[in-house]
Design a protein around this ligand. Structure first.
Ligand code: ATP
Ligand code: MG
Length: 427
């Protein structure tokens, strides 16, 4: 019997991996431009870390975590998101001592035991960003602007929704009003919402049922309950976004599935991926560092973009990863040419060129086919006849133009000649 991958776990095959690399390279470039640096944290953590940060009554902790006992009987969990792990690391190593504003990002796999469907997997990947140590709304704007620029550079069109979830104080008042409202509508809402109205009332607001949504049109709005501090913060965030020409809509029903969010929450949404409408989401979590045992009053804000959904969206919007994979295919005929080609390949690779070569002594025709298959920009063709005349032929695979290259002097000179011509053909 053939062994297959687990349900909800997916191979990223070479063709798709190119798109992934391009997304990651673009993201790294942009994150660096904003002063963010990469941090790599473990995939496995103590279960308690996630229970304490994400919240015991959230979907993730209640039913989605890959939690098991390791061989010592300790409860461990494969991370369902990045923020908790990055904050754990920040606290453990006292990163704020070196630099009070820490701007970090990490890229890697996350695990949630959900029902697999398009854009929803059990192992998926996030690019996740955290800025710790400033509560200034300018930082909210900057973090959103960074995600916005990345999506723009990837050529994607998605829309931005923002909301404020207030702080512990204003949310308490809002929660009471919301619970009272939900009680008055008990008979008109779904079982899930009825249950959540006691365990995690805010979450009912983003229930997917049309019927519930209709009811909630009349629910109290968090935005009418913000305290002065939260309300000013939200105003300044909106003003900052406008200042940077970033268009957004305010969605008072967006609440996010994790308990730690405070104040600004945002999502990048699309209607191109069916029910999986969010390609990325984030928000402020001003109490989380302290809650995890770190220094008091350390505000933070971050977001996570889902790689799988970005890849899906790119292919739907017809955006292709740029660039070819191979600069030069070395095609040789005969023993002597084959050996020369082999040496030239190694030398050109050392000079930074991407070079492929045939080792199987195939016909020239099949070597040319192979050159097309690997998407080579040029082919270097050498038979023993050319070698006898101290020549080689360089062919531009797109235009089919050929030039004769003299192989005079030493290896260094040949290669310099080849590189010059290849660089010219791409101008
Ligand atoms: P959703 O509403 O789709 O369940 P979420 O609120 O659970 O998303 P977050 O925890 O905020 O998502 O994660 C941020 C991003 O990670 C999402 O916007 C999405 O792109 C991606 N993501 C989350 N869960 C999955 C999953 N199971 N499979 C693929 N991508 C995911
Ligand atoms: Mg989810």
């Amino acid at each position: 019997m053939k062994i297959k991958a687990l349900k909800g776990f997916k191979d990223i095959l070479p063709d798709e991996a190119r798109t992934w690399q391009w997304i990651e390279e673009t993201a790294r470039g942009i994150f660096h431009r904003f002063g963010f640096t990469e941090i790599k944290v473990p995939i496995l953590e103590k279960t308690e870390l996630f229970a304490r940060s994400i919240g015991a009554a959230t979907d993730i902790v209640e039913k989605e975590m890959y939690t098991f006992s390791d061989r010592n009987g300790d409860s461990v969990t494969m991370r369902p998101e990045g923020t908790a792990s990055v904050l754990r690391s920040y606290i453990e190593h006292g990163l704020q001592v070196q630099q009070p504003l820490q701007q970090l990002f990490t890229i890697g796999p996350m695990f949630r035991h959900e029902r697999p469907q398009k854009g929803r997997l059990r192992q998926f990947h996030q690019m996740s960003v955290e800025a710790l140590g400033s509560g200034n709304p300018r930082l909210d704007v900057e973090v959103i602007a960074m995600a916005w620029l990345l999506l723009k550079e990837l050529g994607l069109s998605v829309s931005l929704e923002i909301n404020s979830l207030g702080c512990a104080e204003c949310r308490t008042v809002f929660k009471e009003r919301l619970v009272a409202f939900l009680d008055s509508r008990r008979d008109g809402i779904c079982d899930d919402c009825r249950r959540r109205s006691t365990t995690n009332p805010l979450r009912v607001l983003d229930c997917k049922s049309e019927h519930c949504r209709e009811q909630y049109q009349e629910a109290p709005s968090i935005l009418d309950h913000l305290c002065k501090g939260c309300s000013d913060h939200f105003d300044q965030t909106r003003q900052g976004l406008t200042l940077l020409d970033i268009t957004f809509t305010v969605n008072p029903f967006m609440v996010r599935g994790l308990d730690y969010y405070t104040r600004t929450a945002f999502e990048f949404v699309t209607n191109a991926l069916g029910a999986q409408s969010a390609v990325g989401a984030g928000g402020r979590y001003d109490g989380l560092v302290e809650q995890l045992g770190g220094p008091q009053k350390t505000p933070g804000i971050g977001f996570a973009l889902g790689m799988e959904r970005l890849v899906l969206l790119l292919s739907q919007q017809g955006v292709a990863a740029p660039g070819t994979e191979c600069d030069l295919f070395v095609a040789t005929l005969g023993e002597t040419a084959s050996e020369k080609g082999f040496v030239i390949s190694q030398h050109l690779r050392a000079k930074g060129l991407r070079v492929s070569i045939d080792h199987e002594g195939r016909s020239l025709k099949s070597q040319m086919k192979q050159a097309n298959r690997v998407n080579a920009r040029c082919a270097l063709i050498m038979g023993d006849d050319e070698i006898a005349r101290s020549e080689a032929i360089l062919r531009d695979m797109a235009t089919k133009e050929q030039v004769v290259i003299p192989l005079k002097g030493g290896l260094e000179e040949w290669c310099a000649g080849i590189i010059n011509i290849i660089n010219d053909t791409t101008k």
